[in-house]
Structures are given as structure tokens and as C-alpha cells.
Design a protein around this ligand. Sequence first.
Ligand code: GUN
Length: 302
Amino acid sequence: MSENETTMETAILDGKALSQQIKQEIAAEVAEWVAQGHRKPHLAAVLVGNDGASRTYVDHKVKSCAQVGFTSTLIERPADITQAELLDIVHGLNADDGIDGFIVQLPLPRHIDDQAIIEAVDPKKDVDGFHPSNMGNLALGLPGFVPATPAGIMTMLERAGIETEGRHAVVIGRSSIVGTPMSLLLSRSGNPGNCTVTLCHSRTRNLAEECRRADILVAAVGRPEMIKADMVKEGAVVIDVGITRVEDPTAKRGYRLKGDVDYNDVAPKCSWITPVPGGVGPMTIVSLLRNTLAAAQRGASS
Ligand code: GUN
């Protein structure tokens, strides 16, 4: 194709490349922070049990800390840990002045009440943004920690210069971690933001019809390739949060990662689309790093 020929092409929202760029920006801020005489920001992660996907996510988080000049601590416990023991760990991290922020990787084993653990985290160290006080601040448009996955998606939209104001966003999935905070961020006043938002879930009557109305479609369900081309408007921006391991004996690890969007079917209709892997996932990690740097800076000034 010659240089002056134009076609309506699908652009890929490359979360991997963008996350590397933002990590460099964070590393520069950390270097300056440390040069001012502060200690390195310190993130702790608590990993319970042997879930393969959770281990992979936590490993990425720990590795990313080193890349930006943070200290990290990984606390691993077996799946049969009691709720009281896990609460003790959370209380210890709350009280430890050497830790700026921490996360407890979800999901937790069934005998543990996730909500009780989330509520035990000091909101000032809650870099996942899951504590009710951070969630409440988000709902009210007040400052606080924003959950990393929706925050990463907002950064992607912003850095790509995607116009959101007045557009119709459809979010599929109402989880506390992604769908609900995503709907709040897209609807709140700001840039990106100012969308008209529809939040779809398992009881939505005609999902395909709702999806077809979306200028911006965010799929966060965890059902591989459920979004097909006939559910997507021509020119839509499609953000795929799904990352499900699907068995595949021909793959090196024995599985393949699949998004909620049937990428090959849907991509030709989109103005922008995120791939899986390499889309939203890496952006989640940079948002967690940003939250941790903010926690360190707030902690030092309080
Ligand atoms: N499980 C899936 N996503 C997340 C996340 O962002 N934070 C934690 N703590 N657990 C998760």
C-alpha cells in the first residue's frame, strides 16, 4: 500500500508496549524519590494455595516491582491456612511501617471469607482499591485507590487518545474487581470519562442487543470468546478483560489464554481492540505499581 492510501483499519491497543513505557516513567519517579532521601516503595503480596493463574499473576507483580526499583515481599501460605491466621498476616502488614501497600491475591480458598480479609486491610495500604472505603470514594468521585484493572483500562484509553465523552460504553460483568468500578470510572466526570454507561450481567435480557449499542465495549465475564462479531457495532472500541486458561494439548504449557472476545471474528469491525494476552493484563500491573508509589508518597507525608 502506498503512503497516501488510507483504509479504515483496526488499531491494536498494545498493553504490553504501553506498560513497558509506563514502567520506565515510574522507574524515573522512583529514582527521583529515592534521590530525595526516601526509601524505596515496598509492596507485599500474599498468595494462598496453589492456583496456577494466581501464582503467575503474583510472579509478574513481584518481577515488575524489581523493574521499577521497588522492594517487594512475597508471603506464601498453603491452602489450608485458617481465616484467623490470614487475618493475623493482614494485621501484621497493616502495622509494618516498612510496607507501603499490599495485596491479598484473590480468589481465596472457599473456607475463607474474602470480604472479611478485604475489610481488614488498612485503606491507606489497600493498593488493590478493594476496601469499602476506597470503593466508596470511587463511587463518590473522591480521591482514593482505584482497582488496578479498570484503572489500567482508563490509562490505555487516555494514552491512545480515544474520545470517550458522550459515548455509549457497555460493560459486561458486575464484579467488584472490574465491572462495577469500570462502570463508575467511565461514567464519572473527566477525561477519559463522561460516558453514558450500561452495565450488563447474567440477568441482562438481550445481551447481544445491548452490546451492539456500544461505542466502547468492555468484556469482563471470564467466558472464552463469547463476544462475536454480530454483537459489536462497526467502529467500536473493544476492551477484553477475560483471560481464561483453555486446555490445548498442542500448546507448550498444555493450555492457551483466551479472552472473552472472539478476536479474529471481532477485530475487523473495531476501531481499536485489546489482544489477549498483551492487552489489559500488563496494564493492571502498572496501575498497581502506580498505586504503591502513591501509597509510599502519601505515607511519607502523613
Ligand atoms: N485476582 C484477580 N485480579 C486481582 C487483582 O487485581 N488483585 C487481587 N488481589 N487479586 C486478583
